[in-house]
Design a protein around this ligand. Sequence first.
Ligand code: NAG
Ligand code: NAG
Ligand code: NAG
Length: 432
Amino acid sequence: MLFRAAVSFLILALAMAADQAPENPTGCLTEVDLDIDYFPDKVFPQHSQLWEVEYHKTYKVVTNNNFPDQKYLLYLCGSEIPVGVGETLAIPIPIQSNGGYSITTTTAISHLELMEVDTFAKGYITSPEWIASNCFKDKIEAGDITTVPGAWSGEAIPESLKDLVTFLNPGSSYSVNLTYPIFVNEYLEKTNLAVGEWHKFYSAFFNTEKKANQDFDGMTQRYECVSHNAQSLSADSTKKKVIFGSWSDWSKAWSFGPCPNYYCDWVSDCGGEYLVNDSGFLDDAAFIEYAKDADILLWASHGPPYFNETYADKKEVLDQLKAVQNEMVFDSTKDGLNTWHEHRLVEFDVVLEDICSIISGTGLLPHQREFFRNVFTEEIGSVAECVDGESSFTLKADECVRIGEESSESSSAVRAMASLFSMGTFLWSMIA
Ligand SMILES: *[C@@H]1O[C@H](CO)[C@@H](O)[C@H](O)[C@H]1NC(C)=O
Ligand SMILES: *[C@@H]1O[C@H](CO)[C@@H](O)[C@H](O)[C@H]1NC(C)=O
Ligand SMILES: *[C@@H]1O[C@H](CO)[C@@H](O)[C@H](O)[C@H]1NC(C)=O
């Protein structure tokens, strides 16, 4: 019985291997064999609600669930455009062998740098002043990337960019002037894992699914490990009360967001207590009432007004908060002014490490914070210089070892599978 199972498992494995390309193509096909699955590496959303990919042998169909008309038929360049797929925008992939692409927000940069396809960026359709990555800025400086600072106010999109795949916010009016606008709306997802998993969405356009899966698996494993450790360490102590928000110059009020949301997850995943208040905007008196007993204030204005500016205007209000009196106020400039929006989508596990180390105090979780800076005691940091021949972006996560880890079920399942497989190979060599 075991013999038959092992042999058929092996035959299945070999049969699957025979009909699959060794890896997702990084260039155009020169000949097409319709018996071959050209995408051995695939991505599927496990946390994201808002996108899907359906795989076929020479093409994939990507759907944005928020916008029913946003379906993208990604077919391998060198193959025929399949017919009968419906009203979908047909786009030849991989993009890197098809003229490159444009982006329109800083939030895309780290995803693309991590997958090492940033060298194929050709357009940055907005003003470049909020970019953190020095490698991306260097490419703009060198003229490899064209910027369109006034796109939002009607500046024409240059001809050289019109026909490139462009990743953009669904609200971008200028998308009518682009041939291949791709809507990216990860900000509508509700959890950190769901937001971060849009890494895989990008990969579908570049055939970099294998890397995207590795990257995302690493992020989620570290996230779960850090959360497990932080909660084990804080299990016996009073939960620290945390708030995440800031003063809004626009609304002239204090803005502290509702749950569920990604920042609520970070706090509870670290064993803290997020103080929920769903009123939306608060005036000074309501804000003091709400915030006065919080142990930790995470300042969520990632551009002007910075904490120093609000503190200068609203000292008498802020001084009534326990977190201010105890100098437990953190903004997101530890590694520079613009890293929050750009880095955190692929480093939500590092943000978690930061918040857990703040909540647990020093010593328990050794970690050098990368995002959150104590506004009273620490300096604003700066982004690493771009070094020729090195990756544009390197993850800064610490390796995480689970506290109290014994030999787990999953590793024994892997061992069982491995021994089944080697037995299959052995039996195969006897009968072949
Ligand atoms: C589209 O391009 C035309 C011609 O350049 C321009 O007049 C128009 O303002 C553009 N539309 C948007 C929404 O950018
Ligand atoms: C928010 O906090 C203010 C001040 O404590 C309070 O008056 C208000 O009822 C709270 N709103 C909700 C929805 O919790
Ligand atoms: C507050 O900090 C920001 C960021 O470093 C700086 O640009 C600004 O000049 C500071 N403002 C004041 C009033 O100190």
